[in-house]
Design a protein around this ligand. Structure first.
Ligand SMILES: [Zn+2]
Length: 645
């Protein structure tokens, strides 16, 4: 069997439903808004200066560099999202904007191929002198991803050629040979970019450099110590945590690492590259490391929402089962990176079960990063919010209770946009002759090999209808851990298919055949391992991959006092956003504090009947500021089993 690979994005056209609504939101609102934000034309939003930095570096404007050292990556991720948009929607105006940006990036490139506006404008002599903090290679990785996406979407080679010139320069610059820098990036990302560039061009030097960056990391003598001792070294962030070896996963060689530690986005971009390299090189030690690290993340250090990062300190992993609901970090980029890692594990192993994690992260934390208006964003992803505490407790200062217009560090909004726009690459795949349905999406797939129409309301509807339009087709449907396949029918007849690596392979299909897949989508309670101490006695409500939450907008103040009934019995209605999203309601109870305003009183609370309303977590904070909670109290069983003393 050939390896499974993503379907080319231009062969997948979403036809209706929530995901199409989200892609139109990105096309019509998010990308134009971000274009304005990057040009500093949004009143009241944090200043970006990103485009202006490129104009100054290109010699088209005068001025000083402004912004974070990694500001260039905001444009690259916008360009990547625009490329995916152009792959699925024709849009001349957007393409003209993107072409203009490609020209600008070309003008900002040095004669040797180097591109980075911070160092070009601010510190031309300091190039690669601070790999630990300088983010030149991080920005390069996002540029390579954008360049490949734009080339694939438009066929225009300019930006790909610029990327290759830059990558060629990196190939010459980095390594353990004479005159080369024996270093590696402080923030991983260049590795996944180089792999994409290799796959787009076939130039094995790019794959070799990606492999070098992973292999060299963590070796002794420790490169960042050598760098710090260089008289030319200049500290950028002045944060002690950055110099901890675990922060950037340099404590040991990646292939020897057993647990996910340190800055989450760095870790997960690195793990993604390791899974790419395990697939492309067949290196068993890398593959083993990927399995260990994937288990460390998803079995012990991941939130039910697919959020990752238990602390704001270093935006980091902490230890097993330490998953606080209110002080966590759960950056949007971290869950995008988790989707990337899980997808790459599936492509590397051929095992569909990894897409359970892709779904969990996408339908909850990733989509939760963007407002239904498309113009406001979250960076941090709490599972529990008390706005008054967030305003007065410095330990919660990083938790925003309302979505923001933009950020000083604006990595997440563009990352969310590129992910929504490329969901077709996550949802569908192919090998030599089979179409793989990893995540049901309503769409038309039309390529040289496949032509099918798919209808579904998933994740809010429980059926998938696939119609074969022409030619014989082979289709494999993933068995989901979030919504189990209950029934497979072809032309009304039940089909018994065996499960292989997480997929049901249907019999050969011919034009006109109709496949019906029935999924189990009960509303269910999900509890945490008891070592997740915040959640003991509480449950989250889920349906398929969707995590629900209670908001003040529906339930009034004091949602911590809500108590779900022992047996989940829910009523459905359309959620306020529409687009097929479903809200839930049930008859529960609410704790009543009857004794006035004493801080403490003896005894237990009284409970009064209360209708509890829940919305999908990703829709939270779209109706003003208020309390929000994923984990709620659950009533004890109505009757206890008899027991003797
Ligand atoms: Zn981010």
């Amino acid at each position: 069997m050939d390896q499974i690979r993503p379907l080319p994005l231009e062969t997948v056209t979403l036809t209706n439903g929530m995901l199409l609504a989200l892609q139109k939101l990105v096309r019509d609102k998010v990308l134009p808004y971000q274009w304005e934000a990057l040009h500093d034309r949004v009143p009241g939003a944090a200043k970006s200066h990103c485009i202006e930095n490129f104009r100054i570096a290109a010699g088209l404007a005068q001025g000083e560099y402004y912004g974070m050292v990694f500001q260039d990556s905001d444009l690259y991720k916008w360009l990547e999202a625009a490329a995916y948009c152009l792959a699925v929607f024709a849009d001349e105006a957007l393409e003209a904007q993107a072409d203009e940006m490609c020209g600008l990036i070309a003008n900002a490139q040095g004669s040797d191929g180097y591109i980075n506006t911070y160092y070009t404008i601010k510190e031309p002599e300091g190039r690669f002198s601070n790999l630990q903090e300088g983010h030149e290679l991080y920005c390069a990785g996002h540029f390579f991803e954008a360049a490949v996406a734009y080339y694939k979407a438009t066929g225009k080679r300019l930006i790909l050629d610029i990327a290759c010139r830059f990558a060629d320069y990196l190939v010459k610059t980095f390594g353990t040979g004479a005159g080369q820098i024996p270093g590696y990036p402080g923030h991983q990302e260049v590795e996944v970019g180089l792999v994409k560039l290799y796959e787009a061009t076939g130039n094995s030097a790019y794959l070799k450099l990606a492999r070098y960056f992973i292999a060299q990391r963590g070796k002794e003598p420790f490169y960042f110590d050598l760098e710090n001792q260089n008289p030319a070294y200049r500290d950028i962030f002045h944060q002690a945590v950055i110099h901890e070896r675990t922060y950037a996963q340099c404590h040991t060689e990646p292939v020897k690492q057993t647990e996910a530690v340190g800055h989450v986005v760095r870790a997960l971009y690195m793990f993604s590259a390791m899974a790419d390299l395990a697939r492309l090189t067949g290196d068993p030690a890398l593959g083993d490391a990927c399995h260990r690290l994937y288990d460390s993340v998803t079995k012990r250090r991941m939130y039910i929402t697919g959020g990752v990062g238990s602390t704001a300190y270093g935006e980091s992993f902490t230890c097993d089962y330490d998953l606080p609901n209110d002080t966590m970090y759960c950056e949007g980029c971290a869950s995008v990176a988790l989707m990337m890692f899980a997808q790459r594990m599936a492509l590397f192993t051929g095992d569909g079960n990894y897409f359970d994690t892709v779904e969990r992260a996408f339908f909850n934390r990733v989509l939760g990063g963007i407002s239904v208006s498309g113009t406001e964003f979250f960076y941090v992803g709490p599972l529990q919010v008390n706005p008054s505490a967030c305003k007065c407790n410095p330990g919660l200062a990083h938790v925003m209770t309302v979505r923001q217009k933009w950020f000083d560090v604006a990595c997440c909004p563009t990352n969310t946009a590129r992910t929504i726009m490329s969901i077709g690459r996550y949802a569908l795949g192919e090998d030599g002759d089979t179409l793989y349905i990893h995540i049901p999406v309503p769409c038309r797939v039309q390529s040289d090999r496949f032509h099918v129409e798919m209808q579904t309301q998933y994740p809010f509807g429980d059926t998938l209808r696939i119609e074969v339009m022409d030619r014989e087709q082979r289709i494999a449907v993933r068995q989901s851990g979030n919504a189990a396949v209950q029934e497979l029918r072809v032309n009304g007849q039940l089909v018994q298919a065996t499960l292989e690596h997480g997929y049901y392979h249907l019999p050969a299909l011919k034009p006109g055949d109709v496949v019906l897949v029935k999924y189990a989508l009960p509303v269910r309670y999900a509890v945490s391992h008891p070592k997740v101490t915040d959640n003991v006695g509480k449950a989250a409500v889920m349906r398929g991959p969707i995590v629900y939450c209670a908001e003040q907008a529906d339930n009034g103040e004091g949602i911590a006092g809500l108590r779900l009934p022992h047996t989940p019995s829910f009523f459905e209605s359309e959620a306020f956003w529409g687009n097929g999203t479903v809200a839930l309601a049930m008859n529960g109870t609410r704790a009543v504090f009857t004794s006035g305003d004493e801080l403490y009183r003896d005894g237990l609370p009284d409970w009064e009947d209360a209708q509890i309303k829940l919305i999908p977590y990703f829709l939270w904070a779209n109706r003003g500021e208020g309390e929000m909670r994923v984990y709620l109290n659950v009533a004890a069983a109505d009757t206890c089993a008899p027991h003797s003393i």
